[in-house]
Design a binder for this molecule. Structure first.
Ligand SMILES: [Zn+2]
Length: 139
């Protein structure tokens, strides 16, 4: 099966409860020649799972970031979900904190390429551009 390399994008900001500097995972984007509409926010289960599997690859040092990503609880409704939990204190900030990070990234305040990994093309096609449907302006 053909595959492509996908980047996991994160933004460093403190936990609102304990001030631990967290890497907030917010999106996925192909590593090579991406187009803006492929940007995929990590606020729905399939994207969270893909980000987690890329971050958890054995040759990386991002397994702790993978472990801080949590699935949306079954009882939660609506589109907006923040999968990041603080790895120091376990605090689970709500969607608004992740939304504020999108705003900062959009004002060119920088982001981190947390990890990259290969995923099957059909898996990527099934989720690309989903989530908040935000166009990535930096391609
Ligand atoms: Zn914390």
């Amino acid at each position: 099966m053909s595959s492509l390399q996908v980047d996991v994008l994160a933004y460093e900001a403190p936990c609102e409860q304990c001030s631990f500097p967290l890497w907030w995972v917010f999106g996925l984007l192909p590593s090579y020649r991406p187009s803006g509409e492929e940007f995929t926010t990590t606020d729905f289960p399939e994207a969270v799972a893909m980000a987690r599997s890329i971050l958890a690859t054995p040759n990386g040092d991002t397994a702790d970031i993978a472990a801080q990503l949590h699935d949306r609880p079954a009882w939660q409704r609506g589109r907006s979900f923040n999968p990041n939990r603080c790895s120091a204190c376990g605090h689970h900030a709500d969607w608004h904190v992740l939304d504020a990070i999108f705003t900062r990234v959009y004002h060119h305040e920088g982001w981190i390429y947390a990890a990259a990994g290969r995923v099957p093309v059909p898996e990527w096609r099934a989720i690309r551009g989903r989530g908040q449907g935000i166009y990535w302006p930096y391609c």
